[in-house]
Design a protein around this ligand. Structure first.
Ligand code: SF4
Length: 458
């Protein structure tokens, strides 16, 4: 196998990344853009970048991801991409008829120094953006940050470009769900619906990237936040942002520009984080928690109680994005498991501090790193083996080489389905995660047990 020769001995590496544990900013920007209804994402750079970004999203969501490109060649690379972008805006509105174009930059256009604000100003002045249609942009230089940064930048750009305040606050609450699956966005909206809270969710990829098969191709599926809703976010009573990195900047921008107070929470993965989300929404909206949600919570608690003997002190290694890993680590500690290797490819100092706090009471040494790579993650696992691996599809190589049970979670998942249809957030999502963890552990126990230990009932 590919990783069989990963050495166990860890040597200090500062200038070399082997198998990155992240992807690049425009992928996140493209994913966020798809959460606006009638939006065509546009990649300002070469066709190579855009093809990679589209294929990464298409492979994960198993849906055709539509986007456009400025298609840089040598000329644009030397003289700048203004002419390409102006031509692209003309072509896109004429041929593909979106309501809105969400432009993100790439390494190349950022290195050239293209000023998208100026180019868009020129496009508008020349009448290239038709009446009632929109074009806006986010800068997403991929030599800093990761796909999470790109998602955060594009989500913040939605606020910067559209949110306005009419001076009157409505009863609505803005929910910024962060980089989660379309199924998770649906679940977050369902929970808000159970509480009876009127919300604006942005970006919202439900029914865009997990839509039904209708037999007809639709360039702009029916899901997504509308432009009118984005404009109205400035009049909401408050904002709940889920995920410090992916959603925090947009929530803070909305607070600064339109005086919409915000709370920045963890992703609602696991019992405590979901409790905090429900509680924050309850208080902000001035509502009470219905019995239906208490019932869901009770069921999740019952499963944890029933199965705690099988979770107890099982060692876990996790790799993924900071927002997901912080919530997952808290959840695993709460069910008495031991997340002992926690690594993200995204550089974020607050991440290491938070994971150390969450795991401070574990009776085991914990490795944590932001800005790490898959090779280091593999080396940690070789030196201190675990009972379970959690991460994206690339972890399957380590799982196979080290013969360790593996649960797919995060981005990208290229070799399974389900993630875009079944949530892992909220109480219902928590139950699904518990089932997945238990199934992985018990399948291994059954496989490895002797005939005498092979139990029918657990
Ligand atoms: S890292 Fe830069 S050059 Fe590479 S695909 Fe992403 S945007 Fe393009």
């Amino acid at each position: 196998m590919l990783l069989r020769h990963t050495p166990k001995e860890i040597t200090e590496r500062k200038a070399l990344t082997v198998n990155p544990a992240k992807t690049c900013q425009p992928i996140g920007a493209m994913y966020a853009s798809l959460g606006i209804h009638g939006c065509l994402p546009h990649s300002h750079g070469s066709q190579g970048c855009y093809a990679y970004h589209r294929s990464a999203l298409t492979r994960h969501y198993k849906e055709p991801v539509m986007a456009a490109s400025s298609s840089f060649t040598e000329g644009a690379s030397v003289f700048g991409g203004q002419a390409n972008l102006l031509q692209a805006i003309d072509n896109i509105f004429t041929v593909y008829e979106p309501d809105i174009i969400a432009i993100h930059t790439t390494c190349l256009s950022e290195t050239i120094g293209d000023d998208i604000t100026q180019i868009l100003g020129k496009a508008r002045a020349e009448g290239r953006v038709p009446e009632g249609k929109y074009a806006f942009h986010a800068n997403t230089p991929s030599y800093v940050g990761s796909h999470v940064t790109g998602f955060a930048n594009m989500t913040k750009a939605m606020v910067d470009c559209f949110a306005t305040s009419n001076g009157h606050k409505s009863k609505r609450i803005n929910l910024i769900p962060g980089w989660v699956e379309p199924s998770d966005m649906k679940e977050i909206k369902r929970i808000a619906g159970e509480l009876g809270v009127d919300t604006i969710v942005f970006p919202d990829t439900e029914n865009v990237l997990n839509g039904p098969q209708t037999g007809k191709f639709s360039m702009y599926p029916k899901g997504g936040v509308t432009i009118d809703e984005l404009k109205d976010t400035g009049n909401s009573r408050g904002t709940i942002a889920m995920g410090r990195l992916a959603s925090g900047p947009a929530a803070l921008a909305l607070d600064a520009s339109c005086k919409v107070p915000c709370q920045i929470l963890d992703l609602p993965i696991g019992l405590q984080a979901t409790d905090r989300f429900v509680d924050a929404l309850r208080k902000m909206a001035g509502v009470t928690v219905p019995d239906s949600l208490n019932l869901e919570r009770g069921k999740m608690l019952d499963i944890i109680t029933d199965m705690q003997a099988y979770f107890y002190h099982k060692k876990v290694a996790l790799v993924g994005d900071p927002d997901q890993l912080e919530a997952l680590t808290e959840f695993l500690v709460a069910i008495n498991m031991m997340p002992i290797h926690v690594l993200t490819g995204t550089k974020d100092k607050a991440f290491e501090k938070r994971i150390k706090e969450l795991t401070a009471d574990l009776p085991h040494k914990v490795n944590v790193k932001s800005g790490g790579d898959m090779m280091l993650f593999h080396q940690w696992v070789k030196n201190d083996p675990v009972d379970l691996l959690i991460g994206n599809t690339y972890v399957k190589y380590i799982a196979r080489d080290e013969d360790i049970p593996f649960i797919r979670h995060g981005f990208p998942i290229l070799d399974r389905i389900g993630h875009s249809y079944f949530p892992t957030v909220g109480y219902q999502g928590g139950i699904r995660l518990l089932e997945k963890i238990l199934e992985a552990l018990m399948d291994r126990q059954d496989r490895d047990s002797s005939e005498i230990e092979f139990e029918l009932v657990m």
